[in-house]
Ligand binder design. Structure first.
Ligand code: TYD
Length: 216
């Protein structure tokens, strides 16, 4: 069986981490091999890039920021995601191409068609089989993310984007929803529900997808 590529997207504090833990446990029970990874920072090069990209104290111009995300994605796709899929693994990726379109495109105002082309270049046209969008009002998400940062003793420097105004995050939410209407691979989940209800919605889609894959 060929691998299965699942990406997770959403505004800050939408609950991706909790959902991912539940998905990893589920695939474990099914006896599937999983590569759990994230952007930015999934590859060795990416770990270094992540430190640069997310350091809020150092100002980076929007184009340089975009190209760093894309460099991270190119290396990550080539050295981590594609090999894992070739080995038949399930790849769970915390953010992927749609974050660039939502944050740099809808958030920062960069040209969407150009971003789609650059994403295609960085990924060698690879797209997820399933993209789970945890949709949430950013006001709730940011409150959750701030509480988490305080609990984990993180400084502002850990969250360049968390420091942006609410209006920026609202554009991102709208951006994700707009992309989700254009691409069939999306499952949009109401992330204002509790974590078990979110997972129940995801599970239905996963079971369908696994059945489809196994009959291939
Ligand atoms: P991270 O700490 O991983 O945030 P989260 O837990 O919300 O996923 O930081 C990644 C940040 O980078 C997040 O604010 C989204 C942003 N981002 C982009 O702006 N463009 C991109 O292409 C990617 C992958 C992430």
């Amino acid at each position: 069986m060929a691998g299965l590529f699942i990406s997770l997207e959403g505004v800050e504090g939408a609950g991706k981490t909790t959902l991912i833990q539940k998905m990893v446990a589920y695939f474990g029970r099914c006896g599937k091999e999983v590569l759990l990874t994230r952007e930015p920072g999934g590859s060795e090069l990416g770990k270094k890039l992540r430190g640069i990209i997310l350091n809020a104290e150092e100002k980076i111009c929007p184009t340089a920021e975009l190209l760093l995300f894309l460099a991270d994605r190119a290396e990550h796709t080539e050295t981590c995601i594609a090999p894992a899929l070739a080995q038949g693994k399930i790849v769970l990726c915390d953010r992927f191409i749609d974050s660039t379109v939502a944050y740099q495109g809808y958030g920062r105002g960069m040209d969407i068609d150009r971003l789609n082309m650059l994403n295609a270049l960085a990924t060698n046209d690879l797209k997820p089989d399933l993209t789970i969008l945890l949709d949430l009002d950013p006001e709730i998400g940011l409150a959750r993310a701030t509480a988490r940062n305080i609990a984990q003793n993180l400084t502002v420097s850990e969250g360049r984007f968390e420091a942006e105004a609410l209006e920026f995050h609202q554009k991102i939410r709208t951006g994700f929803l707009t992309i989700s209407r254009r691409e069939k691979r999306f499952l949009v989940v109401n992330a204002a529900q509790d974590a078990d209800a979110v997972f129940a919605d995801v599970l239905k889609a996963l079971e369908r997808l696994l059945e489809e894959k196994e009959s291939e």
